[in-house]
Every structure is written in structure tokens, then in C-alpha cells.
Design a protein around this ligand. Structure first.
Ligand code: UDP
Length: 331
């Protein structure tokens, strides 16, 4: 029996495929390759280029492969774009998951680990954020992720579907060794944008606002290593296979770093001065987002390995130095 990783050629998906293989699982990967890269997957992994909204293609996959659980990353995930194209986001993310659940039901596959997001919380009511805090997304991307969580909940009430939804905070870093890593087009995330400066691809970093109510005025986020996220997916799958009940878990490092602190740390790691300038606030950015991951640690047995920001940035730096154009030269 194998695990199907949908969106397996994306950033977190490809790291999870590798972690599953290392843990001895049989893996099948699928991706529509809109934002993912075939080169992010080991060649020996059976790969289906399909869109999660394509029921016939899913049925064919489930007919051919023996799948016992699904890890579902396949989604559009740019906050800004989601505000411009809400229909695409609802179609890809929510409708896509509906089609997937229908296909799973038709093939008696009951276990799913879903890639949710801290974006479901919106402006936090408490920090650190608990799973029981209210979820009021402030953007369309977060709305689609919350809608999918509710779809999973109601489907699980009415059938034998069981799910774990993992709400990630700021995923970052890369597989140590530099074979796979983060490659977004366009890039919007802080750490890869900072590293573009020492790579000679960008002149300076724009710091989006220095007048937030934080110690240095810049926004605070919870940066969690992609390999730690990958491990959490395996633990969530094991949790479901043990027959435990459907649930939602935060995944963060529990530590908050400001944009200025991340920048200073990257200057140390790279040995480059990385010039920066203050730019206007980015609309919709909360001042401070930090997770409590106590529930995942207690109930899933999650033990994040990357507690030092410098180590996280170091792995990202290795990847970007060895792949300055991402997967472009390989795909
Ligand atoms: N940020 C910044 N300059 C950039 C990109 C991001 O100052 O060029 C800030 C952004 O405002 C946020 C933090 O860095 O406070 C993390 O942003 P990112 O887009 O990486 O993740 P998000 O928290 O939005 O999911």
C-alpha cells in the first residue's frame, strides 16, 4: 500500500515525499505542475501529472495504485493573488478538495492529511495562537483553507473519512545538502527574497513597515523548517492509521522573529551586508503571528529539529547557492 502525495512537486510536498521515502513508505506523487517542478521529485517515485479537479484522472490513479492514505498539498497559495482571483482560489482549493473526497470515497480511502495554514486565524486574538482560538481569515486564501477544514469536518461526521488538518506558520529552509528547496515564481516570501540580495539577484530588501507595535517595529512571524513540517505529516498519517480521531494542529516553532531579526541573522549566515530600506506596510499583515504547537508535540509526538533561526537560514542558503535559478536548469 502507498501514500498519495497530491501537490507532491511543490515546496512542502517534495520535502514530504523525501521524508516518507526515508521513513520506508511507498509513495505515489501527483501534481498539475502549475507551480510545482518534476525535478523536485526523485525519479523513482511514480508520478501522475493531473489536476485535483479532474475526477476521471483521480479515479484512474486510484484504480491503478493501492493507496491507503492521502496527503493533500495541491492548492494555489499566494495571498495577494487570492485577493485578485477569488474564483480561481475557490475552484482550485475548495472545489478541488471536494472532487478529491468524492474520488476517495468511491475507492474506500478514508485517511487524509490536509495542508492548512495559519492564514485561517486572521488577526490573532491571543499570542501564541491556540487551535481553539477563533478563525477569522483576512484574505481569500485563508478563507479557502478554512472552508476546506469545514468540508473535511462535515464529511467526517457523515462518513468514515478521517482527517488531520495541519495549520502551518511560516514554512522556510530546505533539505540539508541542497538538492531540493523553495522555488516560487514570483517569490513573495521573506527569507528567499533576503537571500536574493547576496546572490546578486536583488539590490536590497524592502522591509514592509517599521511602525508595528513590536520591539523593533517590524512584523514578527514564526519560522518553521520545511523538514520539520514534513515529519509532522508522517506523524499525522501514523496518528490516523492508529485509528485516532480527526483533528486540527498548529505547526510552528513557538518562537517569534521580527523581519529585522531575520535580516540580521541572514547577514551573519551569508557574510553579506544585505542592504535594506523601509517600505510601506503590506496590506493585511498582522503585527505578530506565533503558534503554540504544544498540541502537535503532545498528541502527534512531533519533535521539531530546527530550533535555531541561523540553522534554518543556512539550509535555505545552501539550496539557493547551489540552485540560483531554482529548478529552471533542471526542468
Ligand atoms: N516581508 C518584508 N519584505 C518582503 C517580504 C516579506 O518585510 O520583501 C515581511 C512581511 O511583511 C511579513 C514577513 O516578512 O511580515 C513574512 O512574510 P512572508 O511573505 O514570508 O510570509 P507571511 O507571513 O506573509 O505568510
Amino acid at each position: 500500500m502507498a501514500i498519495l502525495v497530491l501537490g507532491g512537486a511543490g515546496y512542502i510536498g517534495s520535502h514530504t515525499v523525501l521524508a516518507l521515502l526515508q521513513a520506508g513508505h511507498k509513495v505515489v506523487a501527483a501534481d498539475n505542475l502549475t507551480t510545482g517542478y518534476r525535478a523536485a521529485l526523485p525519479p523513482q517515485v511514480p508520478f501522475y501529472q493531473l489536476d485535483v479537479r479532474n475526477r476521471a484522472a483521480l479515479d484512474k490513479l486510484f484504480d491503478v495504485e493501492q493507496i491507503e492514505g492521502v496527503i493533500h498539498f495541491a492548492a494555489l497559495s499566494l495571498v495577494g493573488e487570492s485577493m485578485q482571483q477569488p474564483l480561481s482560489y475557490y475552484d482550485n482549493n475548495l472545489h478541488g478538495t471536494m472532487v478529491l473526497l468524492q474520488a476517495m470515497q468511491a475507492h474506500n480511502i478514508h485517511n487524509i492529511v490536509f495542508s492548512s495554514s495559519a492564514a485561517v486565524y486572521g488577526e490573532p486574538e491571543n499570542v501564541p495562537i491556540l487551535e481553539t482560538d477563533s478563525a477569522n481569515p483576512t484574505n481569500c486564501y485563508g478563507e479557502t483553507k478554512l472552508a476546506i477544514e469545514k468540508l473535511l469536518f462535515w464529511t467526517s461526521q457523515a462518513s468514515n473519512l478521517r482527517y488531520v488538518a495541519l495549520r502551518y506558520f511560516n514554512a522556510c529552509g530546505a533539505q540539508p545538502g541542497g538538492q531540493i528547496g523553495e522555488a516560487h515564481q514570483p517569490e513573495t516570501h521573506l527569507i528567499p527574497l533576503i537571500l536574493q540580495v547576496p546572490l546578486g539577484q536583488r539590490q536590497k530588501l524592502a522591509i514592509y513597515g517599521d511602525d508595528y507595535p513590536t520591539p523593533d517595529g517590524t512584523c514578527i512571524r514564526d519560522y518553521v523548517h520545511v523538514c520539520d513540517l514534513a515529519q509532522a505529516h508522517i506523524l499525522a498519517l501514523n496518528y490516523l492509521m492508529q485509528g485516532k480521531q480527526s483533528d486540527v494542529f498548529n505547526l510552528g516553532s513557538g518562537q517569534g522573529f521580527s523581519v529585522q531579526q531575520v535580516l540580521d541573522c541572514a547577514r551573519q549566515v551569508t557574510g553579506h551586508p544585505i542592504p535594506a530600506e523601509i517600505a510601506p506596510r503590506r496590506p493585511g499583515d498582522p503585527a505578530r503571528l506565533v503558534a503554540s504547537s504544544a498540541k502537535a508535540i503532545q498528541q502527534l509526538g512531533w519533535q521539531p529539529q530546527f530550533s535555531q533561526l541561523a540553522d534554518i537560514i543556512e539550509t535555505a542558503w545552501q539550496w539557493h547557492c547551489s540552485h540560483p535559478n531554482g529548478y529552471a536548469e533542471h526542468s
